[in-house]
Design a protein around this ligand. Structure first.
Ligand SMILES: Nc1ncnc2c1ncn2[C@@H]1O[C@H](COP(=O)(O)OP(=O)(O)O)[C@@H](O)[C@H]1O
Ligand SMILES: [Mg+2]
Length: 262
């Protein structure tokens, strides 16, 4: 089984050119994620969630500490880690098919194999019909589905997702959450999902790493023992409501701090 992630004693200091001087964003943060686990990083805006994800992706180098994926030191981005951004990030001049195909082409996968793989994935998320459409012809939800399959088609052992549904309306967001869980239950890759939405974190994850602010760090780990498969009804169960209350209290304190009110 692939997809284990070890984050060891990570600190990040951003040098700033303004009067405030260096900013300690992340301080001595450590955690481990097992193969196939679905983990959410939850915390208020500005607590360092994207920074952690960017470190695991290899987009950013830590000031101190290290990240290991399957025991290998992360030094740069790699095909073992797929990334889905919050903002729609498909190439506007390529069709859905071409966008999803792009990574496979770069890796030298044959045309026949590419076509089969891409069509299979587009089918899974209901986009086969739209394979020749351009991003501007797709809704926000469709563009994010395309972004997810663009990452998955390369069979990453770890899928990194940075608030991928934040820009979607509530109805579409719920459908995307269920769709993501369905895909994940088939593929069993590790997912690290960043969100500031408590219900989203509980609905999706096996475990929630609740982050604190100033400086960012993991404040608490909450295990989510809700049965799978999960559906919208899961959100109405007493266990869900209890977890929601528990996590809400943890987050509330940090949100006040991040708003400089606490
Ligand atoms: N490249 C950078 N240079 C300076 N400050 C940054 C940079 N990237 C992020 N920050 C700051 O670091 C903090 C954490 O950012 P980020 O990880 O994006 O938070 P989150 O994703 O939790 O909202 C914020 O205060 C942000 O303004
Ligand atoms: Mg962010």
């Amino acid at each position: 089984m692939k997809g284990s992630v070890e984050v060891e004693d990570l600190s990040v200091v951003f040098k700033r050119r303004d009067q405030y001087g260096p900013l300690l964003v992340l301080e001595s943060t450590s955690f481990k994620i097992n193969s196939g686990e679905f983990v959410c990083l939850l915390g208020p805006s500005g607590c360092g969630k994207s920074t952690i994800l960017n470190l695991i992706a290899g987009f950013l180098k830590p000031t101190k500490g290290r990240v290991l994926v399957d025991g290998q030191l992360v030094e740069k981005p790699g095909a073992d880690r797929g990334f889905v951004f919050q903002q729609y990030s498909l190439l506007p001049w390529k069709t859905t098919f071409e966008n999803v195909e792009f990574g496979l082409k770069i890796r030298g996968i044959s045309r026949v194999e590419r076509t089969e793989l891409v069509n299979d994935y587009l089918n899974r998320v209901g986009l086969y019909k739209y394979r020749h459409s351009y991003p501007h012809q797709l809704s926000g939800g469709m563009q994010q589905r395309a972004s997810i399959v663009r990452a998955l088609v390369n069979s990453p052992s770890v899928l990194l997702m940075d608030e991928p549904f934040a820009a979607l309306d509530a109805q579409t967001r719920h459908m995307m959450q269920e769709l993501l869980l369905n895909i994940w239950s088939d593929l069993k890759s590790t997912v690290i999902f960043v969100t500031h939405d408590i219900e989203e974190a509980i609905f999706l994850s096996d475990r929630i790493l609740v982050m604190g602010v100033r400086p960012g760090r993991i404040k608490e780990t909450v295990v989510v023992n809700l049965d799978r498969p999960r559906h919208i009804d899961t959100m109405l169960s007493p266990d869900f409501v209890n977890l929601n209350r528990q996590v809400f209290e943890l987050i509330r304190e940090e949100t006040l701090k991040s708003m400089e009110l606490g």
